[in-house]
Design a protein around this ligand. Structure first.
Ligand code: ARG
Length: 461
């Protein structure tokens, strides 16, 4: 590099870039993680350039060998990243020219960093989406396994965080399986829009060379090619879409975290998280803090923040490419890493959860959770539902006054509220009777939970 200007674009410049501006404008400190994808894209580009006769075979070979050498240098930690070369694209290209001279200088024919960077991000994101789909599957499997152990365990189901109706713990856990299933479907759907080739759009208008974009797409495994060069180099909606999906996944993990935190408190005491996923307090010896779910809940904030960051980066930009777009990378990379680590830690933590079945059971007895069952019982005896609701409300109030659950009231006590009540009522007032009677597709009975688990296992194969 001459000391006045950048060799890769400095032709028209007579003064060198301000020293701090070099640092300010450089993305190399974070975009170097794109290097393997940048090299993958360049190998495909060079192959296509050779096939259509724009570069010679020996030039293509020099380029590809040089790029493979660079990948080795990077992987073994021997690559010399230079901040003066601004970004990953120019670091790789400059090293390629060191290695193979003029052939290296031909690689950028018919291409711009604008279509190159979008290609790199798409390759990076496609790879990570595939990894995330596998990670989510592993997490789902750990949920299904726990649900299988707890398919008939009774716990209070809540609305408004007030005990509502008895449910099975397996059913509650399987709710998260369903959320993650939709999350995974959304990722797979989004992958199609990621997996389209921008290369060939060049700076913004396309290129004068007789390139073969379909060939490049085939070489890179892209399932389509972009239809408008201006759109292809300027939009980052695929990054935003991914980050939106990531935010939804984090929202689901955060709700799950919140429940694990509540359930492992002394006040709920429904579960015990393994020591290996908790920490102690430096001052309070009795403490065992649920750090892992707390951190996942906390990290949800930064993933939402990344979404807002990229949306805001895009909103004011005129078409086509602007340097603003360089700001898409750190939030995206951060979201990918955060999501990966949260899913991983969850998948590892769940198999180590100890369920305190007796505590769950006793807690379910406390909240008059079979009140709806009593109302349904009266309806079956011909009482209109609204009247039944009123009658049960009065029985609950009596129970509270005498500190008894509905199942602990005697037949005589119950008959004061409605004489149609008979001995059969005790079958439905039991917790087992309550969950067992909700026995249709999608409901909480152990039998249905078993079926849901079976279907889930099948879908995970
Ligand atoms: N580092 C740049 C980015 O991340 C690459 C594209 C640069 N293009 C340009 N015309 N300056 O967006």
């Amino acid at each position: 590099m001459n000391n006045k200007t950048n060799n890769l674009w400095g032709g028209r410049f007579s003064e060198s870039t301000d020293d701090f501006v070099k640092v300010f404008g450089a993305s190399i400190l974070f975009d170097k993680i794109l290097a393997p994808y940048d090299i993958q894209g360049s190998i495909a580009h060079a192959t296509m350039l050779c096939e259509v006769g724009i570069i010679a075979i020996d030039e293509k070979e020099k380029i590809i060998n040089g790029l493979n050498q660079i990948l080795d240098e990077i992987n073994s930690g021997n690559f010399n990243w230079n901040i003066e070369l601004e970004d990953v694209h120019m670091n790789v290209e400059s090293r390629l020219t060191d290695i193979c001279g003029d052939a290296g200088k031909k690689l950028h024919t018919g291409r711009s960093r604008n279509d190159q960077v979008s290609t790199d991000i798409r390759l990076y994101l496609r790879d990570n989406v595939d990894g995330l789909v596998k990670d989510i599957t592993r997490l789902q499997l750990s949920i299904v396994n726990l649900a299988d152990e707890e398919y008939s365990t009774i716990m209070p189901g809540f609305t408004h965080l007030q005990a509502a109706q008895p449910v099975t713990f397996g059913h509650h856990l399987m709710a998260y399986f369903e959320m993650l299933n939709r999350d995974m479907q959304r990722l797979i759907e989004c992958r199609k829009r990621i997996n389209t080739l921008p290369l060939g759009s060049a700076a913004l208008a396309g290129t004068t060379y007789p390139i073969d974009r379909n060939r490049t797409a085939d070489l890179l495994g892209f399932e389509s090619i972009s239809s408008n060069s201006i759109d292809a180099v300027s939009d980052r909606d695929f990054v935003i879409e991914f980050n939106s999906l990531a935010s939804i996944i984090m929202m689901h993990l955060s709700r799950f975290s919140e429940e694990l935190i509540l359930w492992s408190s002394a006040q709920f005491n429904f579960i015990e998280l393994s020591d290996s996923f908790c920490t102690g307090s430096s001052i309070m010896p009795q403490k065992k803090n649920p750090d892992v779910p707390e951190l996942v809940r906390g990290k949800t904030g930064r993933v939402y923040g990344n979404l807002v960051s990229i949306l805001t980066t895009m909103k004011g930009q005129p078409l086509a490419y602007n340097k603003d777009n360089q700001e898409d990378k750190e939030p995206l990379f951060d979201t990918v890493e955060t999501l990966k680590s949260c899913i991983r830690v969850f998948a590892d933590m769940i198999p180590n959860i100890e369920t305190k079945r007796d505590n769950m059971y006793n807690s379910t007895k406390k909240g008059y959770t079979t009140a709806t069952d009593l109302a349904d019982y009266l309806v079956n005896k011909g009482v209109p539902f609204r009247d039944a609701h009123e009658i049960v409300g009065k029985s609950v109030s009596y129970g509270i006054e005498h500190q008894k659950d509905l199942s602990e009231l005697s037949l005589e006590e119950l008959q004061v509220f409605d004489e149609r009540i008979d001995n059969g009522v005790f079958d439905i007032l039991s917790l087992e009777g309550s969950v067992g009677s909700r026995n249709h597709f999608g409901a909480t009975s152990p039998q249905q939970v078993k079926k849901a688990i079976k279907a889930a296992r099948k879908s995970l194969k």
